[in-house]
Design a protein around this ligand. Sequence first.
Ligand SMILES: [Fe+2]
Length: 179
Amino acid sequence: MNAKKSPPKRAGSRTRAAAPSAGRMDIGISDAHRAAIAAGLSRLLADTYTLYLTTHNFHWNVTGPMFNSLHAMFMTQYTELWTAVDPIAERIRSLGHVAPGSYAQYGKLSSLPDAPAVPPRALDMVRILAQGHEAVARTARSLLPLVDQASDEPTTDILVQRLTVHEQAAWMLRALLEE
Ligand SMILES: [Fe+2]
């Protein structure tokens, strides 16, 4: 009758760190490399999404004698950029990390400025987009030594595809600016 009460069982006393190892992964890339590559791909995702939105904005707001050709060219480009964000985000997930997907995160991660609030003149739009494609290319290229060191061929494949697209788009846009 006088037995001491045992202390109440504490629910949830197991820490997250000691949780079962169902979520552990080993694809042959070290944790540090996976984290660094995912961080770099997050910057590429933010750049790509920001350039997508600016290009779609310019598709809507372009004016002047080049309207037809620029309206159509910008549509081709924003459609390609929109399609490109998904494989980048899903590569981040395959590396075991969370893909950023909010304007607040993209604002912090992107190396590109937001689209101007007042629509620029048509050729200024072209110049802004050319500089944007070059900026995304620089972000993608900066990751190559890291992914090479980690033998991360799937990420290399994505980076090579993105570099090809951005360098070609930058050339086409720059060509429009020549006299
Ligand atoms: Fe449209």
